[in-house]
Design a protein around this ligand. Sequence first.
Ligand code: FES
Length: 166
Amino acid sequence: MTDQASGSGRALAFPPGLRAVGAAGAAFMSVLSVDDLPPGAMRRVTIGDLDVLVAHTASGIAAVDDRCPHMSAPLSLGELDGCIVACPLHEGRFDLATGDPVQMPTTGGLDAEGVYHPVWTPGGRHSRPDVPGRKAEARRLTRVRRLRYYPVRIVGGHIEVAVPQD
Ligand code: FES
């Protein structure tokens, strides 16, 4: 994992196994000045048809899809506290240092490992069954995947991100 320190920022060491497919050999491109992303700030950058969240977390600068793993809301409209990004839509919270959900929404669906939960519940508690019907079916079919990370490096005061190109 790349963890390059340079200038006034450093890249977050992203979690193993969560690098976006095709990003390994992709070319880096400058997306922001480090000065435009102070600690605690988040920005959406759009590269082609890909929306990327660039976040200056307490552990470094991370680049992930700007899509909540729950139902695709733009995380860039949420809030960043340390390494925890809070989704603006259903109170989901995700740790950018680990890629794990800290709090999943109570609307049910698949968790980060693809296990379906009728209604999210804290560990150790039983979940309530869904009332059968179209909503329950929609929740069951809602696909949640883990955050996908893009390599980041800091060069000459600029944040560079590597995203797959067609
Ligand atoms: S879309 Fe983010 S928590 Fe539901």
